[in-house]
Ligand binder design. Structure first.
Ligand SMILES: C[S@@+](CC[C@H](N)C(=O)[O-])C[C@H]1O[C@@H](n2cnc3c(N)ncnc32)[C@H](O)[C@@H]1O
Length: 337
């Protein structure tokens, strides 16, 4: 069995129940990874369009699913290209869009990808093309780095840590995950159960890959592409992702600002999604056999026939995004990547 075939997808039965893939349907897997969800969608008879920005995930997928023929289209691209790529293939609407956000266990486990502070590797952290975490340290201002650590890592000692990292980097360029993790340890100490570098690595990874901006843009694209009755399913792994998905569904289902949580807001636009299904987490048994499932939450909602919501500045503000997500700095980083 290949690594991909051995990989256990998180919350698969919950995702299948929410996406309801079936024969003749067109389902988008935004985050192909090892192909666990795609495999289940194909077996249910759906046509699948799957995205991954990681060339190695797509290359392995082409081998694993060679027999799927035109039932599967694999696209190596960031998923915020969803609408453009589907339109290139003449697809105007879909039955389900499913995302399982964040890094894959294969990416985390491969030291050379530079995502892990547990195994020493180059300071990279890119899921696909673009500029690396090492490139970021070469050019970032101290105040911007502190913002990244605070907003994307919820690191309370962001200013102190940013100063220490950049002064060490100026003395002798930090090139490895081990060297960076050691600075987090020296600066923050080892007071809690989680490694002091956890929040730092999460923050840099989110910035390098513009992870929250990607999710925001793809949720809005999915809203425009889903048929009435189509399903949007999102699996998140940390509170920043989950909060964004939760608030997006609240706003689109008319729950944000409603007088009752069972009724849409009076006088607001017609909801573009039904009230979201209660969030689901992995049970004890799944967590015991697949520890990655511990922090996963799945949220889903069904598209109504209403027009997509107009995402005004005010509505975007209501999503409670860290300001960096829509900042010129994050946007210029991603455009140049
Ligand atoms: C958690 S894994 C998905 C695992 C998959 N559900 C499975 O069953 O094997 C996430 C994958 O999504 C990809 N990914 C994350 N963000 C992406 C983005 N913005 N665009 C395209 N691919 C992305 C990563 O490269 C990774 O391979």
């Amino acid at each position: 069995m290949t690594v991909a075939e051995k990989h256990v997808p998180v919350l698969l039965s919950e995702v299948m129940a929410a996406a309801e893939p079936g024969p003749g349907q067109r389902v988008v897997d935004l985050t192909f990874g090892a192909g666990g969800y795609t495999d289940a969608f194909l077996k249910a008879g759906a046509h699948v369009v799957a995205f991954d920005r990681d060339p190695s995930a797509i290359a392995a997928g082409k081998v694993r699913f060679a027999a799927a023929g035109d039932q599967l289209t694999l696209i190596e691209a960031p998923f915020d290209q969803l609408e453009a790529r589907l339109s290139d293939s003449g697809i105007a609407e879909v039955d389900a869009v499913v995302g399982d956000f964040g890094v894959s266990s294969m990416q985390l486990d491969e030291a050379a990808r530079g995502f892990s502070f547990m195994a020493d590797g180059p300071l990279d952290m890119r899921m696909g093309a673009g500029r690396s975490a090492a490139d970021l340290l070469d050019e970032v201002e101290e105040s911007d780095l502190a913002d990244i650590l605070y907003q994307y890592g919820e690191e309370r000692q962001s200013r102190r840590l940013a100063r220490r990292i950049l002064s060490a980097h100026q003395e002798s360029p930090l090139k490895t995950t081990g060297a960076l993790a050691a600075i987090a340890e020296e600066t923050l100490g080892k007071a809690s159960k989680t490694h002091p570098a956890t929040r730092l690595f999460q923050a840099l990874r989110i910035f390098v890959n513009d992870e929250l901006g990607q999710i925001l843009r793809v949720l809005m694209a999915a809203e425009r592409l889903l048929k009435a009755g189509g399903r949007l399913v999102a699996v998140s792994f940390h509170s920043l992702e989950d909060r964004l998905v939760k608030r997006f569904f609240s706003a689109a289902s008319g729950k944000g600002g409603a007088v009752s949580r069972h009724l849409p807001a009076i006088g607001g636009p017609e909801p573009s999604f039904s009230l979201p299904v209660k969030p689901q987490r992995a049970g004890e048994q799944e967590v015991a056999s697949n520890p990655r499932a511990r922090s996963a939450t799945v949220r889903s909602a069904v598209r109504t026939a209403a027009q997509p919501l107009e995402w005004t500045r005010e509505r975007l503000r209501g999503l409670g995004l860290p300001p960096l997500v829509l900042s010129p700095y994050q946007q210029s980083w991603s455009t140049l990547s």
